[in-house]
Design a protein around this ligand. Structure first.
Ligand SMILES: [Zn+2]
Length: 374
């Protein structure tokens, strides 16, 4: 297998499970087109058994023939798969709970049932010539010997990929390593981690999974998804490039447009400090950092913002000093005596604290012209 990591996007399926999120067909088409052209490996586009509208929307998406693999989500129920087949989709995900908690207290079934229903559903999908991703729900709380048994059986059945789901988001990176790495080494089919972010560790878990030999990770734009959400596409894509140095087909320059589109459609504002896509994440304000950046950008740059179609921004605020102000005045061709500069610096600090916002160059020029009041 090549070194490439597969980014399997589920914005249109798990993302739509976020509270208050519902996409119209036109919105689904826009998001799918945008993600496919940016290079995601797979698009999980929905649940055909959810009803006739969903089935029709998925059928229309499939007909677009976008340059990516489209898949659907299905319970391990033959009727769900039949609905998927009607859409013409090439890949199907089959989800089976595997923890004793879910087996005993959710579906009231045995471990033997898992093996039996998996055989039945995978054979059904394979007979239709589908690519099969086997989703093991609540794998993070399942018995690891049983997980291995299921994975080995899946390999014999011709499953194309196994998805381990950290359904509750309860794993930590070391837990991912302990729980899954030996299974991934023993079973020779691609593995995917589907991580949830309940404890803020989804991205770290996804990256650890890749380091442990997983081939794929589930992602959503901005981490949109059930409860605390999923692994944000943008975080994994950038970490793959700049930390793991691993290739992925996704073009990170498209992160900005993709995340803006999803934010607009879902009417969810992107938090200012959200990694990669937040308004403030390339903004520098403290005197020490600004000085360091002027000396060498590498002093305070983890990766170039231009690679994700963003720019560094230098602003002034409570912690800015005379050095920054002098630099700004010089760059703008404004001359002031020492007393005026000192007075301006005090006003900048006060106004920024009062407004609880950093001041951009245009704000400071307005202050100089006397158009801003403290
Ligand atoms: Zn999920």
């Amino acid at each position: 297998m090549s070194d490439e990591v597969w980014l399997c996007d589920t914005t249109l399926r798990d993302g739509e499970q976020a509270p208050g999120v519902a996409f119209t067909y036109a919105e689904k088409e826009k998001i799918a087109t945008c993600l496919a052209s940016a290079g995601v490996t797979e698009l999980e586009v929905g649940v055909p058994s959810a009803g006739p509208d969903e089935l029709e929307a998925i059928t229309k998406l499939v007909k677009l023939r976008l340059p990516t693999r489209m898949s659907t989500w299905n319970r391990a129920v033959p009727g769900d798969l039949e609905a998927s087949f009607q859409t013409g989709v090439k890949a199907v995900g089959i989800s089976i709970p595997v923890s004793d908690q879910h087996l005993q207290h959710k579906v009231n079934k045995s471990r033997a049932w898992v093996m039996e229903i998996m055989g039945e559903c995978v054979s059904l999908a394979k007979k239709e010539g589908k690519y099969v991703s086997l989703g093991l729900e609540d794998a993070s709380r399942a018995d690891t010997d049983f997980l291995l048994e299921v994975a080995q059986e899946a390999e014999l059945l011709g499953v194309d990929r196994i998805r381990f789901a950290d359904t509750l988001g309860v794993l930590d990176p070391y837990g991912v390593y302990l729980r899954f790495s030996s299974i991934v080494q023993k079973v020779k089919i691609p593995f995917e981690l589907h991580a949830h972010n309940d404890l803020g560790m989804a991205t770290a878990n996804a990256i650890t999974a890749i380091r442990c030999g997983f081939k794929a990770v589930s992602v959503t734009v901005g981490g949109l998804g059930e409860r605390a959400g999923n692994v944000p596409l943008e975080e994994v894509a950038v970490a793959l490039k700049y930390i793991l140095n691993r290739p992925a087909a996704f073009d990170i320059r498209r992160i900005k447009s993709v995340s803006s589109l999803v934010s607009m459609i879902t009417r969810r504002e992107i938090p200012r400090s959200k990694p990669i896509i937040g308004a403030d994440v390339f903004t520098h304000t403290s005197s020490v950092h600004l000085d360091g950046i002027r000396k060498d950008i590498e002093n305070y740059q983890s990766f170039p913002p231009e690679s994700v179609s963003r720019k560094h921004k230098m602003v002034m605020g409570k912690y800015s000093g005379m050095k920054e102000l002098n630099g700004l005045l010089k760059a703008e061709g404004v001359s002031m005596d020492e007393h005026q500069r000192l007075e301006l610096l005090i006003r900048i600090r006060l106004l920024s604290s009062h407004k609880k916002t950093p001041l951009e160059t245009s704000d400071i020029l307005s202050m100089i012209k006397g158009s801003a009041k403290i």
